[in-house]
Write a protein that binds this ligand. Structure first.
Ligand SMILES: O=C(O)CCC(=O)C(=O)O
Ligand SMILES: [Fe+2]
Length: 207
């Protein structure tokens, strides 16, 4: 990973100005391969669950809204590449915090697999039941992604619908109140999605 301060500075500027930032080659191809193999293995072992909407008592599964399967990642993952990714995200969170005073305290993250012919309808990540999500991030894990494979992320900006290709190694950061949508994936689509929070994870059930 290019752990370059100038990239982090660009991220801060763009997040403030445009609300999103694309960081290509956040992880090298070799790490992406390991993460995909790990996710595939866990999927085969039945460790992924159908994703829902809402939290706790308000949780519901609705395939007409989102079709992905997820596996939450532990704070201390055993897998070295997953651990490395978590450390890099944590360092990025601290860097953003120092420069932007967003009050980021913690993050939560999960693997996601969108099987062929699934999507996630237009939504925001920060809402009443999820009020502590400040920045959303997605690391894309689609090796050899081609136009036509689908699964682009559409970000609804003020004057533009920006399409982002979910290519391997790319990290997308965006403000969690921005509307976005995962377009229909024509091939299975892999990613790690997460949120930087303004509250300690163990306390997010509190208002
Ligand atoms: O995978 C993506 O591009 C975005 C996923 C997403 O919007 C979510 O999980 O809330
Ligand atoms: Fe989202």
């Amino acid at each position: 990973m290019k752990n370059d301060i100038s990239i982090k500075e660009a991220a801060i500027d763009q997040l403030a100005e445009l609300g999103y930032f694309i960081w290509d080659d956040f992880l090298p191809a070799s790490s992406v391969k390991e993460l995909v193999a790990f996710a595939r293995g866990n999927r085969e072992d039945g460790n992924f669950k159908k994703a829902g909407i809402g939290k706790q008592v308000l949780f519901q599964v609705d395939k007409s809204v989102r079709g992905d399967y997820i596996q939450w990642i532990d704070k201390d993952p055993g897998h070295p590449t997953v651990k490395h990714f978590m450390e890099e995200i944590s360092a990025l969170k601290d860097y953003i915090n120092q420069s932007c005073y967003l009050g980021l305290k913690d993050f939560e993250t999960h693997f996601a697999i969108y099987p062929e012919n699934t999507f996630y309808k237009r939504h925001v990540d920060r809402f009443q039941q999820n009020a502590h999500r400040v920045l959303s991030f997605v690391l894309y894990l689609n090796i050899n992604w081609q136009k036509g494979d689908g699964g682009e992320l559409a970000l609804y900006l003020d004057n533009e619908k920006k399409l982002i290709d979910p290519i391997a190694g790319r990290l997308l950061l965006f403000r969690s109140e921005l509307e976005h949508e995962v377009l229909l994936a024509h091939k299975s689509r892999f990613s790690i999605t997460g949120w930087m929070l303004d509250k300690d994870m163990s306390l997010t059930f509190l208002p």
